[in-house]
Structure formats: C-alpha cells, structure tokens
Design a protein. Structure first.
Length: 312
C-alpha cells in the first residue's frame, strides 16, 4: 500500500496549468527535438500535444517551445530557456512533494497493511541502585512495573524493543512475547544506540522509560497521531508546561542519537541544540501521574496509591 500523488500547478480558480503530462511531453521534446515525435512516444495525438503546450503558455505567460528549421531531419521544436527553468523548478518541487507525501503517509498509516510501524525503544538497562533492586520487576498493583509500561504501548502502531542487560527482564519479555535487545554497556547512550539500530528504517522512533508505568495507552496513541501530522518534528508527552518521556524522534535525527556518548539519552540532543526546541510538539497527558517514574521504593508506594485511585 503506497500513496499516489500527481502535483499540478493551477490557477486561483483551480484550472490546471501544468502537471506531470506536460512535463513529460516537454522532456520528450527536449530529447527527440520534435513535438510530433514526443506526442507519438506518449501515445498522444499531435493536436492534443499542441493544445497542452499552448494552454500552458497562455496561463503561464511564457513561450515554452520554438520551431527549429533546417538540418538533416528538417524542422522540429526546441525548448526555450524559460521552459527549461520551469521544468527544473517543477521537477524539484514534485520530488519534494512525493518525498514528503511518502513520509506523511508512512506516519499516518503506520502499522496498516504492509506499512511499517513506528519504532519504540523501551529503556530497561538501569541498575535500580536507589530502589535497592530490580525495580522493573517489582510489583505494582499485582503486575511487574515493566509489564504495566509495556501494556500501555499500542502494538498496532509501534514495533516494541526492550533494551536491557538483565536476564530477569529478558525472561519477563519472553513470557510477554516482547522482543529484546541486549545492551552491551550500562550507559543510556548505549541503550539508545542499540535501540536506533533495532529501529532500522522506521520513520520515527519513540523512546519510553521502562519505569514509567502509568502512561495511558490513549496518550501513546496521541503521540503517534501528533507525529503523523509532521514526521519531521519531535513529539513529547507533557502535562501543562512540564515535558517528559515518552519522546518520538524523527528518522533524520537517528544519526545524532546514535552518536551520543556517556550516560545521556535522547533528550541530551535538545540540551545541546536549543534550536531543536522549535521542532518539539507537546501532547498533553490526562494527569501528572503519567509523567511519574520510579526511582525509589517511596515512588513505588506513591504510584501504587495513584493506581488504586485510578482503577477505582
């Protein structure tokens, strides 16, 4: 399943002036030196070809072809300098439109048919030092923290990869049927690099924290749909003015993410490059608890109470 689009230049009254047909015809005139030969190559009558060229000339106010005389083949047609400029500009614009359309389509229809889903890297390599143990496997409302986080991610939109160095976390993911990648190091940048490699050619990749279990599936979907509006922007979950994870990064930033060094994640790019802040779109969570993560056992107790209230 792929998008099909034919870029046209029109008048303010929506009258077609120039598009794929005339552009192809004129390039064939350039190649063959003859409007008649170009028309035949397209399976088009000479009268129709003449009409297309004259119609475009009238609407654009420029001459597109000139008659040539003499030579072994007799008379023919050549493109004017104005026509060459028009074709170059039209083809540049058309290529940009098609490329942008492919990206927009891929983001909007992610996971539909054979259209690839967005990538999703769940960061799960922390040692849980402040927690005093493997916090991702600790109980929260009768389920492991990481299981709750994974349950919030719509699998129809995201291709989920858990990056971890824990054999116990790997065991949980195997039980849940979630793909895992081993993090060879312990730094955040190591997890990011492994995740970006796993994302492959996805149009975008969401980075989620394994210890952020109260994010709602509706918020995850809202992030994906906001990204689909413009798959060249960065999308973050927020509550009010407070922005946090998860974050969706577009593919054009994958190289920068993979080059991060040290115990830093993707948000380091925003700190290093303030200009990127203008490319960030915020999606509002339903409540502040969605942004909460677990660092200590006190955090776990607090989220347990919030979860109890939420589930009633």
């Amino acid at each position: 399943m792929r998008p099909t689009i034919s870029p046209y230049i029109t008048t303010d009254e929506k009258d077609k002036v120039f598009g794929p047909g005339p552009a192809t015809l004129l390039r064939l005139v350039e190649r063959t030196g003859s409007l008649l030969s170009a028309a035949k190559a397209m399976g088009m009558s000479y009268s129709k070809a003449t009409h297309l060229v004259k119609h475009a000339e009238e609407r654009l106010g420029v001459t597109l072809t000139m008659r040539s005389t003499g030579g072994e083949g007799g008379g023919g047609s050549v493109l004017t300098r104005e026509c060459q400029d028009l074709l170059d500009r039209y083809e540049l614009w058309s290529a940009s439109v098609r490329e942008t359309t492919d990206d927009l389509f891929g983001a909007a229809f992610a996971g539909t048919g054979k259209t690839p889903r967005l990538g999703c890297v769940v960061m799960a390599s922390g040692l849980g030092t402040r927690f005093g143990g493997q916090k991702l496997l600790s109980d929260l409302g009768g389920r492991p923290v990481l299981e709750r986080t994974l349950a919030s991610i719509p699998r129809d939109l995201f291709d989920v990869i858990v990056v971890t160095g824990s054999s116990d976390v790997i065991g949980l993911c195997e039980r849940l049927g979630v793909k895992c990648r081993i993090n060879p190091g312990r730094l955040q940048s190591d997890s990011v690099r492994v995740g970006i490699e796993a994302a492959g050619k996805a149009l975008g990749c969401m980075f989620a924290q394994g210890d952020q279990p109260l994010v709602r599936p509706e918020s995850m979907r809202a992030l994906a749909f906001e990204f689909a509006r413009d798959p060249h922007r960065i999308v973050r979950l927020a509550f009010g003015d407070q922005a946090a994870s998860p974050v969706i990064f577009p593919a054009w930033l994958f190289g920068s993410l993979a080059s991060l060094v040290g115990d830093v994640g993707g948000l380091e790019l925003l700190r290093r490059s303030p200009d990127l802040s203008g490319l960030v779109s915020l999606v509002q969570a339903q409540d502040a608890s969605e942004l909460e993560d677990i660092d200590t056992r006190e955090d776990s107790c607090r989220l347990e109470q919030i979860l109890s209230l939420r589930e009633g």
